[in-house]
Ligand binder design. Structure first.
Ligand SMILES: [Zn+2]
Length: 320
């Protein structure tokens, strides 16, 4: 039985629960350290070591890792530490992607799909409007824009997106990076456990650099419309850019108050999702998040695959 209810529940002889905020399964899997999925219960988790470290820093407590012979973790290319889980039951292999991107981006390698009988995938961008441009093109455009913009203010999710933006900005200019506290906090954990280094300066003490247009600002999206920030943007003739897959739709730019938007995403775009499903070549697909029903319908109609959306609290009896 497969069910979505504060995470994904896969019940056979043993109960596997992925990305639940509570500990509810015999085996609890944490795919990555974004707070919308974050494990906050008791007991051990099956996760990558980096996901554990990031979660510990965000939750401000220690977590214990667990291993399970029937669960194989595979890098899912979403953020540092993120993993998909390949779960072996008696006769089926179930692949749970967690949040996933198949694209190589900045410093991260995309997910390499593996064969499975049942695929449970996120479907955030599961409609054709979210066919992203080639990644190389997106990063070229970012480079050209950063090079010609005097005072750039960049916005993205503080864990994952913000580090990739900083990595690109560092590659494209010599200007010092000035990061908001939420981003600095995540930088610290990433720098401690990986080879990455962003050399960002804290925003609080370096507003002067921004005022004079000498630095590049990086902050979380929720900060883009704050008065304090807009003062600096005005003083430096700054330009604000948002980085998100939602940037494929015009509303994103206006709602976020951005001058410029790049569809740089940590998730699969529509085409990437279709391509991933073909490679996994499953007999059944369950979709969740975003355009779940739309994507399941598309797979049935266009790809002839048995697919359906997992709806909250609705159990799906599957053939295993
Ligand atoms: Zn995520």
């Amino acid at each position: 039985m497969i069910k979505e209810k504060d995470g994904i529940h896969i019940s056979g002889e043993e109960k596997f629960v992925a990305d639940s905020r509570k500990a509810l399964g015999d085996v609890n899997i944490a795919s990555h350290a974004h707070m919308d999925h974050a494990f906050q219960g008791d007991g051990k988790i099956v996760a990558s070591d980096l996901t554990r470290r990031l979660l510990e820093s965000r939750l401000e407590r220690e977590l214990e890792l667990n291993e399970h012979p029937d669960v194989k973790l595979i890098d899912s290319g979403h953020i540092l530490g993120s993993t998909a889980a390949l779960i072996k039951t008696d006769d089926k292999r179930i692949l749970y992607t967690g949040d996933v991107s198949t694209r190589n981006r900045a410093y991260i390698d995309g997910f390499d799909p593996v064969d499975a009988d049942i695929l449970i995938t996120e479907s955030t961008y599961g409609i054709p409007a979210y066919k992203f441009p080639e990644q190389e093109q997106i990063e070229e455009n970012i480079k050209a824009w950063i090079e010609r913009t005097e005072s750039p203010f960049l916005f993205g999710y503080s864990l994952g997106k913000a580090q990739k933006i900083q990595w690109l900005a560092q590659k494209f200019t010599d200007k010092p990076l000035v990061a908001h506290g939420a981003v600095m906090k995540m930088n610290k954990v990433v720098e401690k456990h990986t080879d990455l280094n962003f050399n960002a300066r804290p925003y609080g003490e370096n507003k002067g650099l921004l005022e004079n247009g000498e630095g590049i600002f990086i902050g979380p999206t929720r900060f883009a419309k704050s008065d304090a920030l807009n003062k600096l943007v005005n003083a430096s003739n700054g330009v604000k850019a948002g980085f998100s897959g939602w940037g494929m739709a015009d509303q994103y730019k206006y709602r976020g108050g951005y001058d410029k938007v790049f569809p740089f995403s940590d998730h699969c775009g529509f085409n990437d999702l279709v391509e991933m499903v073909r490679k996994v070549d499953p007999e059944k697909v369950y979709t969740h998040h975003g355009f779940d029903s739309e994507f399941a319908s598309y797979l049935k109609r266009e790809e002839g695959i048995n697919a359906r959306a997992l709806k909250e609290n609705q159990a799906s009896l599957t053939d295993f």
